[in-house]
Design a protein around this ligand. Structure first.
Ligand SMILES: [Zn+2]
Length: 248
């Protein structure tokens, strides 16, 4: 029996199995991040005055003024609910762009903590509902694992299970006859650890990413999860103006 098989047999175990690994990663990242905050320069104003969690204190206050609040967290124009802390516009590009780039590399732990607090503070969860399952895209060469770190921290914040999706390069679902040829050739996700198969339909899947532009990645996750009834995408930054051009 391989590892995935045992997890498949115990559908509620995914939160337990996955929790040990995230905790260890976060612990190590936090230690290094807490040291680096005393020697970094601010991504916004180049200040060297510590502590700097990617941004200095005064730039965090600036970001606090820029962020979306209440209904403004909800981004329009996507086929499912998309919530974004910031909206990247031409007006705030000079500030937001270097900040976004500074979050890459997988060690922006304290910065992610602040952003997650801001993002989820106004996202209410009905008490009677089950905790959401967080889903994140896989790390790859061009994408460092900052999305994964963000998702780990989201899951930690909510004490909720986390699922990493894997690109399916071999297109195992090509057998689904209703798919068009174009859909078959598109890159796809496969749910890791069978989460999509076993979690109840009432549980919301929350796709986590740092930046959302066209929503294509979130859509791929949505389809890989079997078009779940409850699906949301949470992003730190939404950049609708880039909808037709390349990510970054
Ligand atoms: Zn600054």
């Amino acid at each position: 029996m391989d590892q995935s098989e045992s997890i498949y047999r115990h559908p509620t175990d995914d939160s337990i199995v996955l929790r040990t690994k995230p905790d260890r990663i976060l612990h190590e990242r936090r230690k290094l991040d807490r040291m680096l905050r005393w020697i970094r320069t601010c991504a916004g104003c180049r200040s060297c005055l510590p502590p700097i969690d990617r941004l200095c204190e005064s730039c965090w206050r600036h970001l606090e003024r820029l962020r979306n609040r209440g209904d403004w967290l909800r981004q329009e124009g996507y086929p499912f609910p998309v919530y974004s802390l910031l909206t990247w516009t031409d007006q705030n590009d000079a500030f937001v762009r270097p900040f976004i780039y500074s979050l890459k590399g997988g060690y922006a732990v304290a910065a992610f903590e602040k952003l997650i607090n801001l993002l989820v503070f106004e996202r209410r969860w009905q008490r009677e509902n089950e905790r959401p399952v967080f889903v994140h895209p896989p790390p790859s060469g061009s994408r460092a694992d900052h999305s994964r770190l963000l998702a780990l921290m989201m899951a930690e914040y909510w004490q909720a299970p986390l699922t990493e999706l894997e690109w399916d390069s071999s297109s195992k679902i090509a057998g689904q006859k209703q798919l068009t040829a174009g859909e078959r050739t598109r890159r796809r996700f496969l749910p890791a650890l069978g989460e999509a198969v076993f979690s109840p339909a009432t549980v919301t899947r929350v796709f986590v990413d740092d930046v959302i532009t066209t929503g294509a990645t979130a859509m791929a996750a949505y389809m890989a999860l079997g078009n779940p009834e409850r699906f949301e995408a949470w992003a730190l930054i939404c950049r609708p103006k880039l909808a037709t051009s390349e990510r970054f």
